[in-house]
Design a protein. Structure first.
Length: 90
């Protein structure tokens, strides 16, 4: 029983030493979180001043595009090849 208590105390002591180092290792991200809003029961993401239906993770390379043929407005990477007739939204 004494051996078990010793192991438990050692485990507790080492985990207490590790917690501050793990917390200090976490860094702040430079990207700010996307802005989400709810309109008419749907989630919209703000992509460069345009609300796009859906939930997207955006960065500086994300653009809003309109794809005709039933797809509608979506957010894509600016290097994505789009189907003919698609329009970038400003």
């Amino acid at each position: 029983m004494k051996f078990l208590k010793t192991k438990l105390a050692l485990l507790l002591a080492t985990s207490c030493l590790m917690v501050p180092s793990v917390i200090s290792a976490a860094t702040e991200t430079a990207m700010e979180a996307p802005t989400y809003t709810y309109m008419n029961g749907y989630v919209y993401t703000l992509v460069h001043d345009i609300y796009v239906p859906g939930r997207y993770l955006i960065d500086e390379d994300t653009v809003a595009v309109y794809i005709p043929g039933g797809v509608g407005i979506i957010a894509v990477d600016k290097d994505t090849v789009l189907p003919e007739g698609s329009v970038y939204l400003n």
